[in-house]
Design a protein around this ligand. Structure first.
Ligand SMILES: NC(=O)c1ccc[n+]([C@@H]2O[C@H](COP(=O)([O-])OP(=O)(O)OC[C@H]3O[C@@H](n4cnc5c(N)ncnc54)[C@H](OP(=O)(O)O)[C@@H]3O)[C@@H](O)[C@H]2O)c1
Length: 345
């Protein structure tokens, strides 16, 4: 008896998203092996159907997770993208130039890409999604928004069947951690940022976390998913068009006064279906749902005509939380193609 799997294997060696159908293992090419990449390596080692076969990083002398085993190692991201053994490219290196070229090149080759790179997706998402469609492959980026919170999936699923009217949330784990711990550091933002870096929540250069740009990137990504198919404004929206202010705009005196009044600051992003989008620190009463979201946690509130108000809360930053979203995207790709799923060993 021939199964669907056999039929697909006979008809096409590569499937809709470009994964070899007859694979026993899904072979991952990993771009970046830092906070998120190392957690992806460890997470994949616990699954039964995927292996990292090639990995790129900058510094050949740093210690890497032992679970990388015999994976080919290089400092040239393009070598991983061009590696014939790679089925899916996972981009967790960050930055915009090399990462963008690597993602483009992988998609041009018909290789599916999973990325956590909000800067690249916010700026080049539509172009990359269209390239993926042309080449019959897929680009997934759930890890780019709100860490472990399944933000992109919920918003796009809702938008297909319901009318999303508003999205609001706390979408930057570093800024939220900084606002949460500021009282412990005498309201010194720089000291609170150092604490976020020690915990692995902050980017190497945290300026985009602190000035609201990273939050605006994520709001743009969600607004496109919610409205680009129905509202012209959402097709041209960019991070630069989002009215934004970050936590760096708050003075120690403002932080202390709010704390003394029993209230809290949160960096809140909001978008509505009329195209109004902004990111700004907001002073909230301590019992407000957003005020109770502390440290690197994120919250996403979605209002839709039929569903009403949904609230998702979870870890918004950190290697493992972000890697969890990467693994979900990888699993979705392999399931879509009928190859073995990433079920844990
Ligand atoms: N950390 C988080 O909580 C978090 C949350 C959500 C999304 N993200 C996103 O995930 C991505 C990775 O973040 P991360 O925190 O894991 O960063 P990271 O710890 O700085 O790791 C970056 C990795 O990429 C490598 N790399 C950087 N540039 C490279 C280049 N040009 N060629 C080859 N390798 C290069 C680095 O090599 P070396 O190890 O040799 O330096 C490192 O292994 C970013 O897009 C970030 O925005 C992170």
């Amino acid at each position: 008896v021939r199964t669907v799997h056999d039929t697909l294997t006979v008809q096409s060696p590569r499937t809709a998203t470009g994964i070899h159908q007859d694979l026993r293992h899904c072979r991952v090419g990993l771009l970046g092996c830092g906070t998120v990449g190392s957690a992806v390596v460890r997470g994949l080692a616990a699954t039964e159907a995927a292996d990292v076969v090639a990995v790129a990083f900058r510094d050949p002398h740093l210690t890497r997770p032992r679970e990388l085993g015999a994976a080919r190692r290089t400092t040239d991201a393009m070598e991983v993208v061009e590696d014939e053994d790679v089925d899916i490219v996972v981009e967790v290196m960050g930055g915009t130039e090399v990462a963008l070229e690597a993602i483009r090149s992988a998609l041009r080759r018909g290789r599916p890409v999973v990325t956590a790179n909000k800067a690249v997706v916010a700026t080049h998402g539509p172009e990359l999604a269209s390239l993926a469609r042309q080449r019959g492959t897929a680009l997934r980026y759930d890890a780019a928004v709100a860490g472990a919170v399944p933000a992109t999936g919920v918003v796009s699923d809702l938008a297909r069947v319901d009318r999303v009217v508003r999205i609001a949330g706390i979408l930057n784990g570093t800024a939220n951690h900084v606002l949460t711990v500021a009282p412990q550091f005498g309201f010194d933002i720089a000291a609170a940022v150092e604490d976020a870096m020690r915990h692995g929540y902050a980017e190497a250069d945290p300026s985009r976390d602190l000035d609201g740009t990273d939050t605006a990137d994520k709001l743009v990504i969600l607004a496109r998913l919610a409205w680009a198919h129905t509202h012209a404004w959402a097709r041209s929206v960019t991070t630069a068009t989002v009215d934004r202010r970050g936590v760096e705009s708050l003075t120690p005196e403002q932080l202390a006064a709010t704390h003394d009044a029993g209230r809290v600051w949160r960096l809140v992003a909001e978008a509505t279906d009329d195209g109004h989008m902004h990111v700004a620190p907001v002073e909230l009463p301590a019992h407000h749902e957003f005020a109770t979201v502390r440290g690197p946690r994120n919250v996403l509130e979605i209002e839709a005509a039929m569903a009403g108000r949904l609230t998702l809360i979870g870890e918004g930053a950190g290697g493992e939380a972000t890697a969890s979203a990467v693994l979900r995207d990888l699993d979705a790709l392999t399931r879509a193609d009928g190859v073995k799923t990433l079920a844990r060993r």
